[in-house]
Design a protein around this ligand. Structure first.
Ligand SMILES: Cc1cc2nc3c(=O)[nH]c(=O)nc-3n(C[C@H](O)[C@H](O)[C@H](O)COP(=O)(O)OP(=O)(O)OC[C@H]3O[C@@H](n4cnc5c(N)ncnc54)[C@H](O)[C@@H]3O)c2cc1C
Ligand SMILES: NC(=O)c1ccc[n+]([C@@H]2O[C@H](COP(=O)([O-])OP(=O)(O)OC[C@H]3O[C@@H](n4cnc5c(N)ncnc54)[C@H](OP(=O)(O)O)[C@@H]3O)[C@@H](O)[C@H]2O)c1
Length: 275
């Protein structure tokens, strides 16, 4: 498909915290993607209405030339959904999200229709090992939600572990949706993978959540014990997404445990950095 820019309409918005929100948009008919991929979303400040002095109005003050601004966004929804869903941070002085945070149902965004990215399960050669570990910080959860809404994922592995780290409980978004996805997908597949969700909250104490950063949890074996599985190089695929420091530190921790980067289909670890 050529990389056309198509207008998409905002259909819903969910605000998790003042700096985290999700939204759905219309899906252009011919737009196809693989679970785990990302697209470039655009705003044109002359089209996105914002609140200024409590009144909704066009804001082009930070963008006097009125150019479209594009940023990479992982797709949360499944490749089979009719709408496209995204999960976004708000960086108060970020060129893109300082605009995007004001979007409302009915607003128009721009979508570049070429999907990108290799954080997909298709990158792994068959035969597949039995365990799939998905490790995310913050909005890096997005591609894993898409994978978990693909029946194939539940068919292909015996065990799926999703560990999701946020600073506070309120920033641990999508917890109920994860529960719902698990119920829906395990009822649709014969012999579905056993799923373990591991919430991690690092800056406050929350019942049921681990509190340390991912590299430490892996290096001292806490995560493996919590889940009841070893990180065996023969039986493990492991994907990391989100904060680049987490990706780097976790990658090093995993290598020291004997796992290898996935290249040309072989090896355990696949990663995506968000900045
Ligand atoms: C492959 C890929 C996929 C991405 N998918 C998503 C996504 O699904 N959701 C999303 O919110 N962002 C995602 N991003 C980041 C996104 O492209 C923008 O960086 C983000 O929207 C902020 O844009 P900005 O112009 O406001 O700030 P920028 O100028 O782009 O960023 C300013 C600073 O904000 C911080 N930052 C940027 N993005 C994030 C983030 N997601 N979480 C925490 N801190 C951040 C970093 O410190 C960065 O240096 C992705 C990036 C890449 C490369
Ligand atoms: N969260 C907010 O309220 C907020 C608001 C405005 C702007 N921002 C900006 O957004 C960016 C951060 O976004 P975010 O909320 O998604 O936070 P983040 O810093 O990516 O934190 C998300 C999770 O990742 C963990 N983490 C960070 N570095 C790690 C590492 N090296 N190894 C393992 N885990 C690691 C954090 O643990 P720790 O808690 O131990 O760091 C936290 O549990 C920053 O640029 C920040 O300035 C955040």
């Amino acid at each position: 498909m050529s990389d056309s820019i198509q207008p998409v309409k905002v259909l819903s918005k969910t605000t998790w915290t003042p700096t985290l929100f999700s939204f759905t948009v219309t899906r252009p008919e011919s737009f196809k993607f693989t679970a785990g991929q990302f697209v470039r979303l655009g705003v044109n400040p002359s089209k996105l209405m914002v609140y200024k002095n409590k009144e909704r109005q066009v804001d082009d003050s930070d963008n006097p030339v009125n150019e479209d601004i594009f940023r990479a966004y992982s797709i949360v929804s499944s490749p089979f959904d009719e709408e496209l869903e995204f999960f976004s941070i708000v960086i108060p002085d970020g060129a893109f999200t300082s605009q995007l945070q004001h979007l409302q149902v009915g607003d128009e965004l721009l979508l570049k229709t070429t999907p990108f990215g290799f954080l997909t399960l298709a990158r792994y050669q068959k035969p597949l090992p039995k365990d799939l570990w998905l490790l995310a910080t913050g909005t890096g959860l997005a591609p894993f939600l898409s994978m978990l809404q693909d029946l194939q994922t539940w068919q292909d592995y015996d065990n799926i572990i999703l560990a999701y780290s946020a600073r506070t409980k309120s920033e641990l978004a999508y917890v109920e949706r994860i529960q719902q996805i698990t119920e829906d997908f395990t009822s649709l597949v014969d012999n579905p993978a056993k799923f373990t969700f591991v919430p991690i909250v690092t800056r406050e104490s929350v019942e049921g959540a681990l509190t340390e950063r991912l590299p430490k949890l892996l290096l001292d074996g806490t995560l493996q014990r919590h889940v009841g599985l070893e990180l065996d190089p023969e039986s493990t695929h492991i994907m990391l997404c989100g904060n680049p420091d987490m990706v780097e530190d976790t990658k090093e921790a995993l290598k020291s445990l004997g796992l290898t980067m996935n290249r040309r289909g072989e090896g355990n670890i696949a990663v995506e950095n968000y900045w």
